[in-house]
Design a protein around this ligand. Structure first.
Ligand code: ATP
Ligand code: MG
Length: 405
């Protein structure tokens, strides 16, 4: 069907007289025009809607952030507003009351008189930063050759977490935290996790170097929030790995980055000073570089228990071999004494590695069990790798020293 307008659909004003030579054509032209205008109107309405909502946003009064402290029996709520005072407020219809509990984050209307919204809990940057394990699954029996260290941790961490009343009655204040130090791979992380498991405590890990590198400008705040969180989840063990990254002694504070680290460290000290020894929060810090730690961290009332986690002794190495061979299928006799003899200077992690390597030797020979010979080869392999790594490690240590000078 031709309407005289061709395929173009759109008609230029000058063309009209040429194209329209009957009333019928003129009606069709007008119909088309109406359609176009309707489309145009819809488009403009959408824009109006958009601008209206933008204007609404710009004119809307800001809401006030607050935290619920308590719910009163008459249905009102006591909140702590971010600007300071505690307020007693009502709840606007439509807000889900069942979501309100002490600690919930809410939005108040502009006058601060009503809760208009329940906000999601703020844990975002924290959750990324720290690793939270409600219940780690490492036990004291998984740790070889460190019975003295375990004994001490049980006394200063596990017992006060489990039986604070014992200390309260006696009138003795247990240490707020401990520092574990020693060479890499000897069981510091393992010890901290095991204490948390055996004390039924929440285990929160914070890695010092990550805090410094990833959260520039936020370190101090994060430390504060972390401890708030730890108190909420008590009993809690806050494990600060590589604490030397935030707590190293510096000769002068020059760059802004160093000032920031310093502030984070100050906040950490303030938190440790702030909680009571029986608050059911304990700090376990770990480092390989006790030589560069700021002594302020180790003052009485802070991390005043310092526990060395050294390379395992010969009998320790026997225990560690046995632990890592517990679940390994073995044929024939194992001379543990000889294994311990030839692994002088090995860390726990290296012993574990030797067992894994032994497993690979067995697999390569198509066996589904290992024999003593595999273990000897495994140890040899780790020794070779070690020489290489030690060379690298020495280089790094050398450079590190230059930086700190
Ligand atoms: N005493 C030990 N008994 C049993 N296994 C051990 C022991 N020490 C280390 N290991 C093994 O080595 C692994 C690494 O140990 P861990 O992470 O505890 O070392 P670390 O002292 O924290 O080292 P780093 O200073 O490098 O953090 C453990 O997961 C465990 O398998
Ligand atoms: Mg570790």
């Amino acid at each position: 069907m031709s309407n005289g307008l061709g395929d173009r659909g759109v008609v230029e004003r000058d063309d009209i007289n040429v194209l329209i030579n009957s009333d019928e054509d003129y009606v069709k032209y007008l119909e088309l025009k109406i359609k176009q205008l309707e489309e145009e109107r819809k488009r403009l309405l959408r824009r109006v809607e958009y601008y209206r909502s933008e204007i609404e946003k710009l004119l809307a009064p800001p809401l006030i952030e607050a935290y619920v402290e308590d719910l009163t029996p008459d249905g009102r709520v006591i909140v702590k507003s971010s600007s300071g005072p505690n307020l007693i407020v009502t709840i606007v219809n439509g807000v889900d009351i069942s979501r309100l509990r002490p600690g919930s984050r809410v939005a108040l209307n502009q006058r601060g008189s009503s809760i208009v919204e329940v906000l999601p809990d703020r844990v975002d940057p924290l959750v990324q930063l720290m690793e939270i394990v409600e219940k780690p699954s490492v036990y004291y029996s998984d740790i070889g050759g460190l019975s003295e260290q375990i004994q001490e941790l049980r006394e200063v961490v596990e017992l006060p977490l489990k039986k604070p009343e014992l200390f309260a009655e006696l009138g003795i204040e247990p240490p707020k935290g401990v520092l574990l130090y020693g060479p890499p791979g000897c069981g510091k992380t393992l010890l901290a996790k095991a204490v948390a498991t055996e004390s039924n405590a929440t285990f929160i890990t914070l890695v010092g170097s990550e805090l410094v590198q990833k959260y520039i400008g936020e370190g101090a705040r994060l430390v504060r929030e972390l401890f708030n969180y730890a108190r909420k989840k008590a009993p809690t063990i806050v494990f600060i790995d590589e604490i030397d990254a935030i707590a190293s002694r510096r000769l002068e504070i020059g760059t802004s980055g160093e000032r920031e680290v310093q502030r984070t460290f100050m906040q950490l000290l303030a938190e440790i000073d702030g909680f009571k020894p029986l608050d059911r929060v304990k700090v376990i810090a770990a480092t390989n570089r006790i030589d560069i730690l700021d002594p302020a961290l180790l003052r009485p009332g802070r991390l005043d228990r310092i526990i060395e986690v050294p390379l395992p002794s010969k009998s320790g190495r026997v225990e560690i071999f046995k632990i890592h061979l517990r679940r390994v299928k073995i044929k024939g006799a194992i001379d543990y004494d000889l294994l311990a003899e030839i692994t002088e200077g090995f860390s726990g992690a290296e012993i574990k590695l030797a067992v894994v390597e032994a497993g690979y030797f067995a697999i390569r020979e198509g066996r589904s069990y290992i024999v003593f010979q595999d273990l000897l080869k495994g140890v040899e392999k780790v020794k070779n790798k070690r020489t290489l790594r030690n060379i690298m490690y020495d280089t790094i240590r050398h450079e590190a020293r230059l930086v700190y000078k």
